[in-house]
Design a protein around this ligand. Structure first.
Ligand code: PMP
Length: 328
């Protein structure tokens, strides 16, 4: 039986230092309008966002390119556009526009001085120290952290996934199109259920029973030579990796990509399935609910998509260089 961590006083972890970074190198956060050492970026336990999950966030990757001696932030403006949409849905007043957020992130990443793959996590949160559930009449703050980052999920083998008994939150309950912190408990229920049942990842269905997405990934299925992915009205996050793969598959592989509702048992008949996300990148699926998908190993389309994706994010495809923001 898996248990959660028991919280008891212990030697404090050195939160100001990132693993793999020289000991004396300070890691910075953007916090309350300033660049500060990460260890000084602290909020009160009375913070509204902590009590009620009233925050929204983004997950952005930066890829190190050894040849160019450069760190490339991937589709930075698109991530910040989505963050501003999430913040608007949460009725957050602020003065940040997309270019400001890109500039701040670039400066923060530069100060962190990392020469490896990174993850950037900006969060807009209801910062008032107030009890009472609401969205209005609360202050908001922006914070951003940067971390060295590797794989979120194993992408060198075909994963086993299970359809979750937890349904994806509906747009009129908790909009999945916004990256709302509190909504990630829905994803956590699905992910943990999948893990405790021996699967690598969960597939969530909508209340109507259509395939929605993974716990933190969008889904693509190959059937009849076409790539099929659920439309944005199926309670998915409108994934930036999803949009990237749709473009690459159409433009570089000449494939037809269709957005349409997917039934659960179509997954059992699929030739290939893979998940996409900033964290997960391109994660091929080898089985769904104990039914083998295709050969059960990484399929040729998923392998080609993986190759194209990594070429694009590391700056090896000149025609998609406009997706990249160099840090140095
Ligand atoms: N769905 C959910 C629920 C997610 O959390 C993520 C990760 N951000 C995705 C899909 C993939 O989105 P993206 O490609 O923009 O990272």
């Amino acid at each position: 039986m898996a248990t959660s961590t028991v919280l008891r006083p212990q030697v404090p972890p050195s939160v100001g230092e990132a693993p793999g970074v020289e000991q004396d190198q300070t890691v910075y956060a953007f916090f309350q309008g300033d660049y500060v050492p990460l260890k000084d970026a602290k909020i009160s336990i009375l913070t509204h966002a902590f009590a009620y999950g009233t925050a929204c966030f983004e997950g952005i990757r930066g890829y190190w390119n050894d040849t160019d001696n450069q760190l490339y932030l991937f589709r930075l403006a698109e991530h910040y556009q989505r963050l501003l949409e999430s913040a608007k849905t949460l009725l957050m007043q602020h003065s940040y526009a997309v270019p400001d957020l890109c500039d701040i992130t670039n400066e923060l990443a530069r100060r962190c001085n990392l020469r490896q793959d990174i993850y950037v996590r900006p969060t807009f949160y209801k910062s008032s120290e107030a009890i009472g559930v609401r969205l209005h009449n609360l202050n908001n703050q922006l914070c951003i952290i940067v971390q060295p980052y590797g794989d979120y999920i194993d992408i060198d083998r075909a994963l086993s996934v299970g359809v979750s008994s937890w349904r994806r939150v509906d747009d009129n309950m908790m909009p999945a199109r916004s990256k709302i912190n509190g909504a990630y408990v829905n994803s956590a229920f699905a992910k943990t259920e999948a893990a405790l049942n021996g699967f690598d990842e969960a597939i969530m269905l909508t209340m109507e029973g259509h395939v929605s997405e993974g716990s933190a990934e969008n889904l693509f299925m190959l059937r009849g030579g076409k790539l099929i992915t659920p439309p944005v009205t199926e309670n998915i996050l409108e994934g930036i990796t999803r949009a990237t793969i749709m473009t690459l598959a159409r433009e570089q592989m000449g494939m037809e990509v269709i957005e349409r509702a997917i039934d659960r048992t179509e997954l059992y008949s699929a030739d290939e399935i893979f998940l996409t996300g900033t964290g997960a990148q391109i994660a091929p699926i080898g089985s769904v609910d104990h039914r083998q998908v295709g050969s059960g190993s990484i399929g040729p389309v998923a392998a080609a998509v993986q190759r194209l994706y990594f070429d694009a994010v590391r700056g090896r495809l000149p025609q998609y260089r406009n997706w990249l923001t160099p840090v140095y």
